[in-house]
Design a protein around this ligand. Structure first.
Ligand code: ZN
Ligand code: ZN
Length: 168
């Protein structure tokens, strides 16, 4: 899925800006080795376009998307809503001041690629089912949300042996 937006067609003059809302389909992505989908996969994306004085574009992308996949602590379903607010400047023309957005090719803005990358950058360090998810017991693997417990017995000697192993 790819949505490109023709900036040149807008006919903006220097310093002029416009605001749009574009429906954009967002592909699933991998995070922490797990697959997450965007649901619904079509998201209304707010796009601000301004023609800069001296040429080039100043761009802002805003949207909220729900990502669905496993909680990184307990493996149950997680579906946090991620707010995205990203900016790009594309001002070609050489010189040391050149700013070249990877999402702008000529007058074409690749909205899909930008939205996908901006969403990935906006993700929290961990995707969790809820902020206070207790996760799984590191000893027995039990879901600590459902069955909070402690291990008071001495560990099984076989596990003690295992814990001496060092994993690089
Ligand atoms: Zn969880
Ligand atoms: Zn346990």
């Amino acid at each position: 899925m790819s949505t490109t937006f023709d900036l040149g067609r807008l006919g903006l003059t220097s310093g002029e800006g416009r605001r749009f809302v574009l429906p954009v389909g967002l592909d699933p992505f991998f995070f922490g080795g797990e697959r997450y989908s965007v649901a619904p996969e079509q998201v209304d994306i707010g796009l601000d376009v301004a023609r800069m004085i001296g040429g080039g574009w100043s761009l802002r992308l805003r949207f909220a998307a729900r990502v669905e996949g496993p909680c990184m602590r307990c493996l149950a379903g997680a579906a946090p809503e991620i707010a995205v607010d990203a900016r790009e400047v594309d001002q070609p023309g050489g010189g040391s001041d050149q700013l070249d957005s990877p999402y702008v090719d000529g007058d074409d803005l690749d909205v899909s690629a930008w939205a996908h990358d901006a969403l990935a950058l906006a993700l929290p360090a961990q995707i969790v089912c809820r902020d206070d998810c207790a996760g799984l017991c590191p000893v027995c693997g039990e879901d600590l949300n459902a069955h909070p417990h402690e291990h008071e017995r001495a560990p099984d000697p076989r596990w003690a042996k295992l814990s001496e192993l060092r994993f690089e």
